[in-house]
Design a protein around this ligand. Structure first.
Ligand code: GRF
Length: 226
């Protein structure tokens, strides 16, 4: 492992699959625009393509295979132990497809982010691009939020909005949303690294010292140069 740099926020990234958000975070960190040290990438699926991305970057790639544990509590405990070996200041869920128990969520309260492909609180859960089109929406997008026990339900920090074209297939829409995700997540993580954002004792987001009333909008933010 690279020697810790006190100026960089240590993070651990959880994945289950492709790893394109992981790649975007690594690219931004490598460019110097994102002040993090990615200490480890952990997948619950041994075949996750993102594991190869981590290895290629020289980052410990760990598998905690959920299917080998008798229940969620045992999986959560193993996952937590694997994460805490790396002492992250922030846990980053990037396409991590397992529900996490209340004890696990409480342990990382205020220091666990997730990215979800919808304008939360609308469309939690799976298959959001197809559902947005089927519902006749004109707009879709992605949200970065703090993780709570409710699936895709924690307080939302920042969103990217994407117009839906009448001709869009779910795949076309997903591709445009993903492009935005790759700008959105590094920015949100950088805010956390700069201590511009935190959760207060009642679980509300405080941004630049002021309670955040509604999620910030990527379109009006200066994105990272990476
Ligand atoms: C992204 O769409 C993310 O919003 C969702 O899962 C997908 C992960 O994609 N939570 P990738 O593995 O980062 O490419």
């Amino acid at each position: 492992m690279t020697a810790p740099d006190p100026a960089l926020l240590p993070i651990v990234i959880l994945i289950s699959g492709r790893g394109s958000n992981l790649q975007a975070i690594l690219d931004c960190a490598r460019s110097g625009a994102l002040s993090v040290q990615v200490r480890a990438v952990i997948s619950n699926r041994p075949g996750a393509a993102g594991l190869a991305i981590a290895r290629a970057a020289g980052i410990p790639a760990v598998v905690i295979d959920h299917s080998t544990y008798p229940d969620r509590a045992a999986f959560d405990a193993a996952l937590q132990a694997a994460i805490d070996r790396f002492h992250p200041g922030l846990l980053v869920l990037a396409g991590f497809m397992r529900l996490l128990g209340a004890g696990f969520v409480a342990h990382y309260q205020g220091r666990m982010l997730n990215i979800h492909p919808s304008l939360l609180p609308d469309l939690p859960g799976l298959d959001t691009h197809r559902r947005a089109i089927a519902a006749g929406y004109h707009e879709h997008g992605a949200s970065v939020h703090f993780v709570s026990t409710e699936m895709d339900g924690g307080p939302v920090l920042v969103q990217a909005r994407v117009a839906i074209d009448r001709e869009d297939t779910p795949e076309q829409l997903a591709a445009r949303v993903l492009e935005q995700e790759h700008r959105l997540y590094p920015l949100a993580i950088q805010w956390f690294a700069e201590r511009r954002v935190r959760l207060d004792g009642s679980g509300c987001i405080v941004f630049d010292g002021v309670p955040l009333i509604r999620p910030r909008n990527l379109a009006t933010e200066q994105t990272l140069p990476c």
